[in-house]
Design a protein around this ligand. Structure first.
Ligand code: BJW
Length: 243
């Protein structure tokens, strides 16, 4: 049973912005980045998801991405993704901002999605920027090379790289315009995404957080729903529907 004040808040909101992180895909079988299960061969995300890591050891970084690409291809949306796709239809304006690169929100039927950190299913050459679909590449322990000789990398945003400008602009415009911001399944430690709920609050929006554990955002949230988003989000939708 969800707090009736949260249901009232959802009922009375018109413009909603949602930020998702790895936690929403955890119940689909996609590993999160941080925490006990978030490590890959004892490397932290900062040691793998960076241009320096790729420059120093492209084979190892490509092997990590190959492992994740193969894993994600076999993952399907969970009830949390589907609940968000339904939620989109309830409001005058609904923007789904995601840090995830797995493309699962689209599979679930969400439409207005802003992918802050790119998409793991796309790749490009570091030298000539030619794009390559996964099907043209070998997923494994050796990095692929473009016909120009450059290294081919996944089209995701690494630490120290700028987020896609147009996507970031659209995201912040939804953030400052919303009357309700919902942060879901993110550790709230990676910027600039972590600024978004704080900015929304500063501009007067109400703030709901859904997570298995408290995060640095929790003290700032008006409501903290502790638990799995694959359970909480469908319950939320059901209660809103019945209210
Ligand atoms: C559940 C659950 C369930 C589990 N139900 N919940 C300002 C201050 C300080 C630093 C910076 C700053 N501005 C920029 C920086 C530097 C840097 C940064 O943020 N560093 C911090 C680590 C300190 N940011 C950048 O470099 C960004 N670029 C940038 O800002 O450019 C301008 C600039 C450049 C240089 C200097 C200054 C400015 C780029 C960030 C790119 C992040 N890239 C990655 C990899 C993407 C590709 C890939 O997938 O491989 O993005 S890193 C990784 O972290 C990935 C994620 O999207 C991101 C966030 O992680 P997320 O989603 O929160 O996952 P987890 O694992 O951390 O948390 C999961 C949560 O779910 C947990 O809380 C669980 O409890 C919960 N959970 N199951 C509900 N069932």
């Amino acid at each position: 049973m969800i707090d009736t004040n949260i249901i009232k808040l959802l009922k009375n909101s018109r413009r909603v912005a949602v930020l998702t992180g790895a936690g929403i895909s955890a119940e689909s079988g996609v590993p999160t980045f941080r925490g006990a299960d978030g490590l890959w061969k004892n490397y932290r995300p900062e040691e793998l998801a960076s241009p320096i890591a790729f420059r120093n050891n492209p084979d190892m970084v490509w092997e990590w991405y190959s492992w994740r690409k193969n894993l994600i291809k076999n993952c399907a949306p969970n009830p949390g993704h589907y609940a968000l796709a339904k939620m989109e239809k309830l409001f005058e304006k609904f923007t789904l901002i995601t840090q995830n690169v797995d493309g699962i929100h689209r599979q679930a039927g969400s439409d207005n999605i802003l992918e802050l950190h790119g998409n793991i299913n796309r790749n490009f050459c570091c030298e000539c920027r030619k794009e390559y679909p996964d099907n043209d590449l070998v997923l494994g322990s050796k990095v692929n090379r473009c016909s120009c000789g450059g290294l081919i990398r996944p089209a995701v945003v690494w630490f120290g790289e700028n987020l896609p400008e147009e996507v970031l602009e659209k995201a912040f415009s939804a953030v400052v315009d919303c009357d309700l911001f919902i942060s879901i399944g993110t550790s709230s430690v990676v910027y600039p995404a972590a600024l978004m709920p704080l900015k929304a609050k500063e501009e007067g929006a109400a703030l709901i957080e859904i997570n298995m554990e408290p995060t640095p955002l929790t003290p700032e949230s008006d409501f903290f729903l502790k638990g799995a988003c694959g359970v909480i989000l469908p319950n939320l939708m059901e209660d809103v529907h019945n209210a």
